[in-house]
Ligand binder design. Structure first.
Ligand code: HEC
Length: 127
């Protein structure tokens, strides 16, 4: 009988030690998540403009939605001033026939400066 009591006692001690260790690891992992989120790069002006516009309804950074992904656009065109101007015009005036049969609606309220900032951001996604 005495032996069982001792064994139980030891078991409880081990359990307590384990529980203590567990909470230690949780704290560590919480800390590392906090560091990652603060280390995120700040968003560029073009990325913010895109986020505020309706682009998100048809475009995704890496996946084709209704329109091509931004990464696909960045891969297709050289990052030259001519291409940036041309693509900015396509955003403002609309575009069709380049990627398929679905047209992109015009964005008459987007200024050429804003559209160029959006294209400049898209070009940063080139791999
Ligand atoms: C109604 C859906 C829709 C919306 C909203 C939309 N797009 Fe598009 N976008 C498309 C489609 C479809 C294409 C492919 C058009 C084509 O084949 O010519 C496209 C093509 C593009 C291209 C490539 C043009 C080219 O000549 O290769 C760029 C750059 C682009 N979109 C940026 C944007 C930005 C920035 C916005 C937000 C201001 C936006 N799009 C909003 C559907 C959309």
């Amino acid at each position: 009988m005495k032996r069982i009591g001792l064994a139980l006692g030891a078991f409880c001690l081990i359990l307590a030690a384990c529980a203590g260790n567990d909470s230690g690891t949780t704290e560590e992992s919480t800390n590392s998540t906090a560091t990652t989120s603060t280390a995120e790069t700040p968003k560029s002006e073009g990325e913010i403009l895109i986020a505020k516009s309706d682009c998100i309804g048809c475009h995704h950074k890496v996946n084709k939605v209704i329109g091509p992904s931004y990464e696909a656009i960045a891969a297709k065109y050289e990052n030259t001033p001519e291409n940036v101007t041309m693509l900015a015009k396509h955003i403002i005036n609309g575009s069709k026939g380049v990627w398929g049969t679905i047209p992109m609606t015009p964005h008459a309220n987007t200024s050429p400066e804003e559209a160029q900032k959006m294209v400049s951001y898209i070009m940063t996604l080139k791999k």
